[in-house]
Each structure stands twice: as C-alpha cells, then as structure tokens.
Design a protein around this ligand. Sequence first.
Ligand SMILES: Nc1ncnc2c1ncn2[C@@H]1O[C@H](COP(=O)(O)OP(=O)(O)OP(=O)(O)O)[C@@H](O)[C@H]1O
Ligand SMILES: [Mg+2]
Length: 678
Amino acid sequence: MDKITMLIVDDEQYVLSALKRLFHSPKYEVFCAQDPANALELLEKNPHIGVIVCDQKLGENEGTDFFAKTKATHPDISRVLLTGYFNSQIAQNSLLKGEVYRFVTKPWNDDDLMMTVENSWKRYELLNQNRKLLNLIRSQNEHLNHLTLNLKNVIENRIERTVQSQKAIRAKKIQLQITHTLIKRLSRCKNLKEIFKTVLIELKKLIPFDTASIVVQLNPNQYLLLNPKTQVYPFSLKDHSLLQRMFQNPLPTISTEHSSYPSELIFPLMDENRPTPICMATLSLLSHQEHAFSEEDIKRLSDIASPIAIAIEKMKLLEIVEQGSRQWESTFDAISDLATVIDKNFNLIKANRAVEKITHEKVEKVIGKKCYEVLANRKSPCKNCPALESLKTRALTSENEIKDFKDKDYFTWAFPMLDPKKEVNSLVMYYRDHTESSQLFRQLIQSEKMAAIGHLANSLAHELNNPLTGITALSQLLSKELGPHNTWYPDIQEIEKASVRCKNIIENLLNFSEKTKSTKKSSVSLNEIIESTLPLIQYSSTAKQNIRIHKHYAKDLPKIKANTNELQQVFFNLLLNAIQAMPQGGVLEVKTQYLVGKEALQITITDTGVGIPKQNLSKIFDPFYTTKEKTCGTGLGLSVSYGIIKNYEGAIGVQSTLNKGSTFKVTLPLMTTKEKVH
Ligand SMILES: Nc1ncnc2c1ncn2[C@@H]1O[C@H](COP(=O)(O)OP(=O)(O)OP(=O)(O)O)[C@@H](O)[C@H]1O
Ligand SMILES: [Mg+2]
C-alpha cells in the first residue's frame, strides 16, 4: 500500500509539531506548512499529496479560503479542517461546495484524527483511482471513438465501393445486353446498309454522339463509306490522313481535327478472334460538343467492335461472292445461244435468258422442270441428247444435232461437272440454233435442184410439146368424126382428156423453166392481184367448204414491177393449197405488208389446216411432189411458184405445225438487182 501522503498547515509551530509526531510512522509521509503560500508551493512540488489537514485560523488567513483555492487547483485532495469552534453555516457551505471533506474540532482526539486522515486518504485514493479509471475510460473511449470513426470510414468506403461495383455491374450488364442484341440484330442484316443502321441504333444506347460513319476496306485500294445521308458509296482515303493512319496502325483515337465537329472518336473495327487481327473498317463518332468522348467510351466500344467487324467481314465476303455471281450470271445471260445447267435427272438447275425465247416463260419458272419438257415439249430425253452420252462417258461430247426443239434445230454440246468422287453431278448444256442455216442449206439445195429440173423440164417440154399437140389435135378430130354414139368415142375422149392434162403439165413445166411465157412487166398492186385471184379460188371445187377468209391488206402498199399473170399464178397455187389443206373448213388469212428496212413486200398466207410433217418440209417445193394423188394433184404448184418468185429475186418460206396449220410467206423486193442497175 502507498504511504498516506499529507500536508499539515497551521500557523502554530506546536500544533505542527504535535501533529507531526502523531503521524510519525512509516505509514505516513508528512509535509508541513505554516501559511497558505508555503502550503501551495508544497502542493505544487508534491503532486502525490492526498490529504490536507489545515487549521481554520491561519493568522490573517482562513483555512476555508485556502481550501477554496486548493479545491480549484487540486480538486481530488481530501481537505480536513481543524477548527476550534464549529460554525455550522461555514461548514455547510464548505461541505456543499466540496471544499472541505471533514471537520475535526480542536482539541482533537488522536485516534479520531488518524481515522479521519485515513478515511480522507482512502477517499483521495478512490477519487484518484476513479479519475485514473475515468481517464482510462476516456482514453479508451477516445480510442473507441477513433476506432468507430475508422470503422465508419471503412464501412462507408466499402459501401461506396459496393455501390460503385454494383453500378459497374449494372453498366456491364447493360453493355452485355446491348452487345447481345447487337450480335443478334447484326446476324439478321442482309447488307452493309442494314449493318450500319443497326450499329447506329445500338451505339446510341451506349455513347452519346451526333452522327457517325463507317469506312469499309474492300481491298487495299477500294473503300466504301457508310453514313446516314449517302448510305453506301465508294470512298477515297486520299484526303483523310487520320483514316489512312488508322488502317495502317489501328489505335482508337479521340481527335479534334474534324472541320465541322469539335469532337471525334475514331475506332478501328477488327475481328479480335483472328490470330492476327487486321483493321477491316473504321467507325467514326462525331459530336457538336467539345470533349464529348472519353477513355471510358473507347472501353465501351472495345467490347462491341469485334461483332461489328465480324458482321462487316461476312457482308464483305458476301458482296464479293455476289459480285462474282452477278458477273457470272450476266455473262451467262449475255450468251445469245441457249445455255443451261441440268442435274443427272435432266432437271433444270440454271438457264440463261436466251431460254426464255423458246419457253416463252421467265427462267425462274422453268427451273426445277425437266429440260426436255420445257425445251422440246417431250416426255422423255431427246433422242440425240449429248447429256445421255456424257452421263455414261463422264466426258464432254462433240456436237450433236437435236431436231425439233419447238420447231427449231439445235447443235448441242454437253459438259459434265464431276463431284470429288468423279461422278457426274450436273451438266452444262449448250445449244446453238442452226434452223436458219439448215433452211438456207435446204434452199440452196432446192435452188440447185430447181435449176437442174428447170433445164430438164425445158428440153423435155419442147420435145413433148410437138407430139402432144399432134395427139390432142388428132384425138379431137377423131372424136368429132366418130361422133358421141360410136363405141370408140369414150376411149377417144379419155385420150383427149389425158393429152390435155399432159399439155397442162407441159405448160406448167415450161412456166417452171422460165423461158416460155412472156415476162412483160408493169407496175402492179399486190393487193389488187390477190383480190382478183381470190374469186378464182372460190369457184374451185372446195369453195363450198366452211372457210372464213380474213384479209389484212397494208394500206398505201408501194406498187411493184411484175407480170400480173405470174403473180396471180403464184397466189392461186398458195391459196388453193391452203383451202385444200382445210377439208373440214377453217380460217384462211391473207396479209400484205411492207418490210421497211428490207425495201420489200411480203404476202403471208396462213391456214388452219392439216399442216405438213417436218420430214416433208424439204420436199414440197420439189416438182411432182404431191400428197394429193387421189385428187390428181400434179405436184407442180409450189415448184412453179418457187420458180416465178425466184425470178423476181424473192423468196418463199414455210412454217407448219402438224394438225394446226401452215404459213407461207412470199417476199418480193421492190426492185431486182437488174432494175437497180438500170
Ligand atoms: N397449205 C398447205 N397445207 C398442207 N400441205 C400443203 C400445203 N401446201 C402444200 N402442201 C403440200 O405440198 C405438196 C405439194 O404442193 P403443190 O402445190 O406443189 O402440189 P399439189 O398441190 O399436190 O398439186 P397441184 O398444185 O398440182 O394441184 C402438196 O401435195 C401438199 O402435200
Ligand atoms: Mg397445189
């Protein structure tokens, strides 16, 4: 236990000595003072003094005043007042104010005083401990407060960080959603224009800007600009150094170089998933505001740049493929001959536009149908089709002729396309129409045949003419002389008829050989000649058939220099043939027209009759070729007509469909070469 440290204050030396003696023990440490000033000094020097025992009467000073002072400076010290008399008023005041702890009346009882001092010391110690504890508590409180404050800061920081990270997570989530929608929408885009629109819409959700553009590199020298106004058009980087740099060194850049916008953000679009990403396009965002773009925007763009780049690249490839396919298609369509691609079952996979001329249907409609149905109106592959051979040999064929492809003849080639297993999976078919050349060829043969027959007919007619004249004259004479009642009369009549018929044939032969008749020509009207011929037809035996005649005469048809009889004969033959071809009746159409570019007249005679089988078309102009044996046709009508028209440097052509009818076209030049020279 600590020593009880006390200060005794009394102006009486003997009191001091008595008290010193009383507390002279190792338990006590005693300081003595005779006046308050000395006492205060001791208190100052010995802060561990816990008890003051002071006399109320200190010369001129009062103990209570001294106590009041020490109360202010040393509030915990226990003050014991020694007093000769007890003034209850003073005692109450001092006690209340806490300036005096105990009163001890003089003369004191030593034990009481010692007890009082000990109690006072205990109180002091208690107070002291209390204060220490209080201080401890205070300091601990302070520490606690400090800790609390720290904790509060930590918690606040944590909360702030959580809020921030929640915000970042939310922003990231939004960004992810936008990226997801962007990828989804981009995958549905069909062209660069649509990609650009989609990017604009989705980007607006992420970054504020006023306008934007994308420059796409098609190849190192070819660029396309996509912007909201012009949409898609070829673009040159010549005056755009920033873009040039961007394609060479692709780094996102915030720039103030733009002439109309104070803020620009240029971002390279690269497919980051490639082993070596290259810049395939640049995205420029423009804003009217200064400092509109930040590093944060660059970060946002980094997340969506790759999907945009992938979509653009896909479209670029598509564009290149489409360009190629368009080029192929236009090349394919530019071929005037028929070209098709068929599969091994003869289904049309592709066909060029020339096919439309014979199918009279859009190519798109015939795709998927059998080629032989569409092109040749057949139920099975054409007999000579080179595809049949190619499918077997897997090699390309030499030209094959396919006849009767909707009235036309074609030279045809087949080019097989083999799959990796060397099997034919499709064939390219090429068809060249040679109808015209074969017609020309036929005409050439015809004219040569005609020339030879003409020559023969001429000499034959002259040889036969004289004996026949004799036979006719003699048979007429005989029948006159014998009279109708003679038994020989009918035979003689038969001879006469036969000789007249022979005479007619010879006359026709002479016509055919060009030299017999006078060829006096005058300026004649074709319409008039036809009009004068038609009644002759109507008198013929077939006139009673149910035949309607449609006339389409061209007005103001120029006149032609010709021999009326000759032309009448030609039209008579053609019209008669047409009527004879319609035993059940039908429509006979006669049309005249002026062929502007050719300076020629054309007469078209069409019937709805029996038609001519294809294989017979080459024979009908041959002399004596007839299918009218029963009705005694001579087979000279067309060959004579041919000869006459040939003489005028004209042509006769025929088109016919079996059981549908025939069309004969006679073309006559307004002037022959001879006339032109003169
Ligand atoms: N409009 C037509 N329709 C169908 N067949 C025709 C037609 N014109 C000609 N022919 C065919 O051509 C053949 C030859 O005709 P061409 O006029 O030379 O002789 P023909 O009519 O038989 O006899 P002819 O004219 O001497 O009475 C005919 O027998 C017929 O088979
Ligand atoms: Mg005839």
